[in-house]
Design a protein around this ligand. Structure first.
Ligand SMILES: *Cc1c(COP(=O)(O)O)cnc(C)c1O
Length: 373
């Protein structure tokens, strides 16, 4: 039916020869990390692609966020979403900060700005919203609350590479945004990530923080980490950038095919399509309402897995229910996030996926509904 197992995503690789040509000069220079030539070139390309004034590269997205929070000198409590990948909350906690979970909107799973104000205390200093699945948050509503209370806004934009809102690059909102270039994301540097930001002062701080806080041979000014992007990563990024427009179009066509087969089916819901958003088609989350559909999300996932199709239960469990945070938070305090974590699955979506496989997957999803109804 399909050739081997189908996973939710697949790393995109450039033509082998193109990558080899890109890394060949490294054997001449032997400058393979610590802000080399390719590192510098990638910054320039990303400023253009993302439409942002400043980009700082990191060895992965998680450390970009963790060190971004450190660079801003965030203290006390940070309001964030529990409906996300572990990294978002871990970055807050690993900075010695207290995460405070805000509920999400039922239709697009992003932070519900209407709940923000009630969570603010004298110790609150920042908001870390997530453009989950690449959907832009309510950037205006969030900024209004932040401005009223003097809070920093640092977006987890790990999913939102290349997304534009009203024609503006998504990295221009808030004080900073973190993008992930992990192998599983729409754009990869094998592992990698960046922080985009508006305040130029941050540039030096980030540069030092990703290199142990070393300012000069004799001066170590901060307790930094090691989070530099190396030249082999930057080379992969420079190559992959050439194919982004093409892969984005392919993803968009596959998403349209899924929607054609499945939207309008009682009990299945897709993200809203928005005229003001230029999306990246990174993920295909579908919410399953068991009563209307005739099967639970978990039953649909099990049915697909038995046929070699591997969707993911992104994001289950929500972060506030993680074992490592046991006893610290009440998952029921964010009821929409909790309910979404039981209903949403992300279906396979990547440029290598064939339209025929999408048809097969949709057929299996529909059968899972009828099977148990
Ligand atoms: C992937 C991801 C991260 C972490 O990025 P890495 O590059 O893997 O370190 C953070 N937040 C979210 C929402 C992610 O999906």
């Amino acid at each position: 039916m399909t050739n081997g197992p189908v996973f939710v995503t697949r790393a995109t690789l450039p033509p082998f020869e193109e990558y080899v040509d890109m890394i060949r000069p490294l054997w001449e220079s032997a400058w393979i990390t610590n802000m080399g030539d390719l590192h510098g070139r990638l910054i320039g390309e990303l400023q253009g692609y993302l439409g942002v004034p400043r980009v700082s590269l990191f060895t992965n997205g998680h450390l970009a966020l963790e060190l971004g929070l450190q660079a801003f000198g965030i203290t006390g409590e940070v309001i964030t979403s529990p409906f996300t990948f572990a990294s978002t909350t871990h970055a807050i906690v690993r900075n010695g900060l207290e995460p405070v979970f805000c509920d999400i909107r039922a239709d697009d799973y992003t932070l519900d700005a209407a709940h923000l104000e009630s969570l603010i205390t004298p110790r609150t200093t920042a908001i870390v919203p997530v453009h989950v699945y690449g959907t832009p948050c309510d950037v205006v509503g969030i900024q209004e609350v932040a401005d009223r209370h003097g809070l920093k806004v640092i977006y987890d934009a790990a999913h939102a590479f290349g997304v534009r809102l009203g024609g503006v690059g998504i990295g221009n909102f808030g004080d900073a945004s973190m993008f992930s270039f992990h192998a599983t994301k729409v754009f990869n540097t094998i592992e990698g990530g960046c922080l985009t930001f508006v305040n130029g002062d941050l540039e030096k701080d980030l540069y030092h923080l990703k290199n142990f806080g070393i300012v000069s041979e004799d001066v170590v000014a901060a307790v930094g980490s090691n989070a530099k992007m190396n030249e082999f990563q930057a080379a992969m990024g420079l190559c992959n950038l050439h194919y982004l427009a093409e892969s984005r179009a392919t993803r968009g066509a596959l998403e349209a095919r899924y929607r054609h087969h499945l939207s309008g089916v009682p009990g299945l819901s897709f993200l809203p399509e928005r005229a003001d958003v230029e999306g990246n088609h990174a993920y295909l989350p579908v919410a399953v309402d068991p009563r209307a559909f005739g099967a639970t999300r978990d039953e649909v996932v099990a049915h697909l897995k038995a046929e070699g199709i591997h969707p993911r239960k992104y994001f289950y469990p929500i972060v506030s229910a993680f074992d490592c945070y046991s006893g610290r938070f009440d998952p029921a305090a964010t009821p929409v996030a909790l309910a979404s974590s039981l209903r949403v699955m992300t279906l396979p979506l990547h440029p290598e996926l064939s339209p025929d496989t999408v048809d097969v997957i949709c057929g299996l999803v529909l059968r899972a509904g009828r099977r148990t109804s």
